[in-house]
Design a protein around this ligand. Sequence first.
Ligand code: FPP
Length: 246
Amino acid sequence: MNAALPAIDRARLPKHIAVIMDGNGRWAEREGVSRAAGHEAGAKSVRAIIEACRELENIEVLSLYAFSTENWRRSKLEVDALFRLLSKYIKIELEELHKQNIRISIMGRIFGLPKKAQADLQHCIDLTKENTAMVVNVALNYGGRAEIADAAKQIAKDAVAGRVKPDAIDEATFAKYLYVPQLPDPDLLIRTSGELRLSNFMLWQMSYAEIVVLPTFWPDFRKPHLYEAIAEYQARQRRFGGRVKK
Ligand code: FPP
């Protein structure tokens, strides 16, 4: 079975993989089912990528873009279906995630989510907070610009209160005000379904991420696609603005 997987070097895995899970709607259209059914199928891919990352052992963080600040523009029917799915997913999967020693982290304007979702998410965070094998960081009601604006607002408040000196604000200080400052920046961003956009995802943290775009619709994404993306990442030379290390 594993023979069919693209070859990857387990000693050089990205520490943090971020994913824009795109194409649920187009998959649904192709299959002749509802958009909600497309998201439901997408949830199976979420399970598959978490399992595959966990199995690789040295991936520290997997960030998943599940609901953006712009997604509220979708029909109420679709938005409601997405949050119902989230609660259902938590009910079915949380125990196994916990057993796998996975810590759940949430980033975004959580207070703007439906109350039931907030309660379910808080339960995930509380239950898994001591887990150490891997972090699954889910972006919900998340926007990269909103995150930067929220950080700026908090820095301004701290400056007014005398807790931070304006002249002392540098990149490291600013980064401490982001939603999940303790996580490393993504090394690899995977976007499915062929679109070549960041779509407001982790704008600050993506500065030096390698971007791999796959044509696959998210509901079709499985372990071989993850390995393909990692293999492409490993074939790149990361220079971080400097010269290639010899
Ligand atoms: C993008 O497809 C996908 C989303 C906006 C939602 C992502 C949600 C899931 C994968 C479901 C479950 C998630 C969790 C964390 C349990 P799209 O609808 O924009 O597709 P399209 O561009 O083809 O219309």
